[in-house]
Design a protein around this ligand. Structure first.
Ligand code: NAD
Length: 522
């Protein structure tokens, strides 16, 4: 690959379509199987399973997965502990070689994995393929960072004559890696990469709505040479895991991406239940704002906002969910925004022309209905959308219309809470200061965007905005589309725990602890 493959380059690549469509067929032939837990060298069955159906059409049974019991969690942690001795002491260059192989395998299987992502999460083909490429690029980037830092072994200053000093970064031990539904492959891949590449061992657990992405990772890690036990794959409801992972003394760290609610519970419990402080890497939800000033290119702002708010039906932690527009341009911006939103093609994500597919499950549809009703009750005006789509082929899936709402009071809960369904709120402002104050008036802090052709406004926005990933004038996505090695994906405030994000230069260090080594040579 000479050029980086992203959503934008995929858009122009005709060759992907026949290959992706072939992959859709080949994954269909695999549906309906029962999948085990992978614990150490063993394939383990629990006494209960759950069925994974597709949000595109819930008559499609993709497979049956195990509901892990607490004893399986205990066993997987034990296996990971036993495997740490070997994996943690392996030369870091050997681990880099294995991960380069993982990247190759991901690339070889990219169409099939993307087809699984479409089926399990409802992502359109470009979003699904971009997710696989993002995982590949993250691996390549971190192998490079680790190599450039020579495994984080650094010669330090000699202060006392005869002393030779090193800082040596070492892995902690067993990490539990828990991922959300919306990036079934990439998010677990990012966290596992951080933990495993640096020599830790891992117990991984996907969201029950999307168990296949992490299963692919498990298989490809093993094929590339990660030993059994260094990586373990468990499935099942999260609450079965909670008590064990926060209290088990052999858990050295937790990496979690998901909702703020679950993340904070794990954070509080893990820090209070263990005998001493242990690392917890959290990336959680957000409430991402876009600011459109009177100096914006309105066309750019409209396109960027629509892509960010309605790409993958707003089910991205980086999706825009509120837009503040300066009064002078509010009417023209909102008119064009509504017009552009009406043109969105909603449909079966297997079809090439589809921009947004279904949302993830019935619970998400119920939340969508509640939010729309609450908005109407509290003075909100629906400018476009607001309906569940149940006609024809849509009736078997979870389809809802992209929705724009205006007129809600600024302190309404819909302005404060993460919704994770395709609803965008619009409000107006008079001064940039006011807009930034509104944007920052949230406990969250993941992504934010501004549209303005005035460089002073952009500089001012960057200096005042309290979000970890900030963009100016991004037509491809006002707040979305971070890429490893280019945009560190880091949540501030309630959106993350460490202040260092995946895709950035400091991420691997979250999974390493320093040892200061001094040898005295007479
Ligand atoms: P979720 O919090 O419901 O679930 C995330 C994972 O936690 C799942 O694997 C789930 O099974 C598990 N889980 C649930 N309860 C648990 C418990 N008590 N103990 C242990 N594990 C438990 O989130 P979701 O609905 O799958 O994903 C959407 C959320 O993820 C949104 O809030 C979104 O913003 C966030 N997210 C954040 C980022 C980021 O990088 N900041 C990226 C993607 C998604």
């Amino acid at each position: 690959m000479s050029q980086k493959v992203t959503y934008v380059t995929l858009l122009a690549d005709e060759k992907i379509h026949p290959e992706y469509e072939k992959a859709l067929k080949s994954v269909e032939a695999e549906f309906g199987k029962t999948y085990p837990l992978y614990i150490g060298k063993d394939e383990v069955l629990s006494d209960e399973t759950f069925v994974k159906t597709s949000p595109i059409d819930r008559r499609i049974v993709m497979g049956y997965f195990q509901k892990a019991k607490r004893e399986h969690v205990v066993k997987a942690i034990e296996e990971a502990k036993n495997a740490f001795e070997y994996w943690g002491n392996l030369d870091y260059k050997k681990r880099i070689e294995i991960f380069k192989k993982v990247a190759e395998l991901l690339e070889e299987n990219r169409f099939k994995i993307a087809a699984y992502i479409t089926y399990e999460a409802g992502k359109n083909r470009l979003e699904a393929l971009a997710e696989v490429y993002e995982a590949i690029d993250a691996i390549k980037y971190y192998c490079k960072v680790y190599e450039e830092n020579e495994g984080y072994v650094k010669r330090m200053n000699t202060v006392v004559p005869g002393e030779i000093c090193y800082s040596v970064a070492k892995p902690y031990g067993v990490w539990v890696v828990i991922s959300p539904f919306n990036f079934p492959l990439m998010l677990s891949s990012g966290m596992c990469l951080g933990a495993l590449l640096t020599g830790n061992t891992v117990v991984m657990k996907p969201a029950s709505d999307t168990p296949f992405g992490v299963l692919w990772l498990y298989r490809l890690y093993r094929e590339a040479g990660v030993p059994a036990g260094a990586i373990n794959y468990l499935t099942g409801p999260g609450n079965v895991f909670e008590d064990e992972i926060v209290t088990n003394k052999d858990v050295a760290g937790i990496a979690f991406t998901g909702s703020r609610e679950v993340g904070m519970r794990l954070y509080r419990r893990f820090t209070s239940s263990q005998p001493y402080p242990k690392p917890i890497v959290l990336e959680t939800g957000s409430k991402n704002p876009v600011i459109v000033t009177k100096n914006a290119s309105i066309d750019k702002a409209v396109e960027g906002t629509v892509r960010s708010a309605f790409g993958f039906s707003n089910q991205k932690c980086s999706a825009a969910s509120r837009v503040y527009v300066q009064r002078e341009v509010a009417q023209v911006f909102v008119d064009k925004l509504v017009e552009r939103t009406k043109k969105i093609i909603i449909g079966d994500p297997r079809k090439r022309e589809t921009f947004t597919g279904p949302i993830i499950n019935k619970n998400a549809v119920d939340k969508y209905i509640k939010y729309i009703n609450d908005a109407i009750k509290n003075g909100g005006k629906i400018l476009v959308g607001g309906n569940v789509i149940e006609k024809d082929e849509f009736k078997y899936g979870y389809y809802v219309e992209p929705t724009i709402i205006t007129g809600l009071p600024r302190n309404h809960y819909l302005f404060k809470e993460e919704l994770f369904v395709p609803i965008l709120l619009v409000d107006t402002f008079d001064t940039l200061d006011e807009a930034i104050k509104l944007a920052n008036d949230t406990e969250y802090g993941l992504t934010a965007g501004i549209f303005s052709e005035d460089e002073n406004e952009i500089r001012y926005f960057f200096s005042k905005i309290q979000f970890g990933v900030v963009y100016a004038n991004r037509r491809g996505g006002a707040t979305t589309g971070a890429w490893p090695g280019s945009q560190t994906f880091v949540g501030w405030k309630a959106s993350g725990a460490t202040g260092k994000g995946v895709g950035g230069p400091y991420y691997l260090l979250l999974y390493l602890r320093e040892q200061a080594q001094t040898i005295v040579k007479e």
